[in-house]
Ligand binder design. Structure first.
Ligand code: NAP
Length: 340
């Protein structure tokens, strides 16, 4: 099945791969960007059939442009959301655009007669603020935004997804709603202005730290996340569902990411750290560094999800996380971003 699909946040990393796959599969794609001045740059890195891609200006924080972008669309992929590079001073800088932008996308989609909206949420809407010791998370879990230590980003994704689901129940009419909830997204770069999520591999590869903190992440490949969005647009009988977008057994600690790089890219792994940083050292560094302070609660924690639901229901087959780690590093090297 194909149609006319609007992808919000068309300048984003995951959006780029999703737009490519949609066009390859015969969809006509519209993409929103905040400022049409960026259209040529985005087209340049997407390298797709330009005749089936058009751009519209729309911001999460304003109604301007949304009706024009949605007019005539059969489907929407709502991906735009703030992805902060650093800790923010006021969490509402992230939460308000994420929540209000999701509600705006839904309202304009319903009014335009869109049949299904797929929203990019996150595992961050499930993984945080729960009892100590809980390690396995599924689509049934929700982050408790009232718990201490939950980041502004995790709050923004949880609040936006919950608000969207409440709105659909109350006012959605016949509009179908599905979420894709990715882990940390890795994979090839689209351009040298790359997603913050690739920083993890970049820093390990470049030996940014003398030793690696005891932190782990659920990884997934950008090409598989794009594929899951495309499947979620057209699969029958999935209205209201959530799909964890993570690689199978894809929870890897930094020290495991380092070992993969050493084993599979030995000629480029000279700077990859071999040692784990003791947690007490991290706690001392955290006294002076607010970015490290944010991570202290995560030391030694396991937060693990599996892609079972998307595999069973949508036939999704995500690649192993180790392959994505290697592809990310190879792309960082090939693009001249990491000189190792
Ligand atoms: P990204 O490259 O930073 O893309 C974010 C997109 O949102 C950009 O196109 C950005 O536009 C747009 N955006 C941000 N604030 C906006 C606003 N006020 N109005 C309009 N557009 C706005 O990050 P990404 O990784 O591709 O993220 C895409 C989606 O996936 C997000 O919803 C993110 O939460 C979710 N996600 C990402 C990961 C990950 O590891 N990367 C994991 C789980 C979920 P500009 O280019 O103009 O800033």
């Amino acid at each position: 099945m194909t149609g006319v699909v609007l992808v919000t946040g068309g300048s984003g990393y995951i959006a780029g791969f999703t737009i490519r796959q949609l066009i390859e599969q015969g969809w006509t794609v519209r993409a929103t960007i905040r400022n049409l001045n960026r259209e040529a740059e985005v087209r340049d890195w997407l390298k797709v059939d330009n005749d089936r891609l058009s751009f519209f200006a729309a911001d999460l924080t304003s109604d301007a442009g949304w009706a024009e972008a949605m007019a005539g669309c059969s489907h929407v992929v709502h991906m735009a959301s703030p992805v902060p590079m650093h800790a923010v001073k006021d969490e509402n800088e992230v939460i308000v655009p994420a929540r209000d932008g999701a509600l705006r996308a839904l309202r304009f989609a319903r009014d335009a007669g869109v049949t299904r909206l797929v929203m990019t949420s996150s595992v961050a809407a499930s993984f945080y603020g729960r009892a100590a010791g809980k390690e396995v998370f599924t689509e049934a879990d929700w982050t408790d935004v009232a718990a201490s230590g939950v980041s502004a980003y995790a709050k923004s994704k949880t609040i936006a997804e919950r608000a969207a689901r409440d709105w659909i129940a109350a006012e959605g009419g016949s509009l179908e709603f599905v979420t894709v909830n990715p882990g940390l997204v890795l994979g090839p770069l689209l351009g040298t202005d790359f997603s913050p999520s690739l920083e993890v591999v970049k820093r390990v590869l470049e030996g940014a730290y003398p030793a690696l903190p005891d932190l782990g992440l659920n990884l997934v490949d950008v090409r598989d996340v794009a594929d899951l969005h495309v499947r979620a647009l057209s699969a029958p009988d999935i209205s209201g569902e959530r799909f964890m977008a993570v690689a199978p057994h894809g929870f890897l600690r930094l020290i495991e990411i380092a070992a993969i790089l050493r084993e599979r890219l030995p000629d480029h792994a000279g700077k990859v750290p071999t040692r784990r940083m003791p947690n007490w050292v991290m706690r001392i560094v955290a006294l002076f560094d607010p970015a490290v302070r944010q991570l202290i609660g995560e030391l030694g924690k396991v937060r693990h999800a599996e892609p079972t639901h998307a595999m069973d229901k949508l036939g999704w087959r995500p690649r192993p996380a180790a392959d994505s780690v290697v592809d990310t590093a190879e792309s960082l090297i090939a693009m001249g971003v990491s000189k190792v």
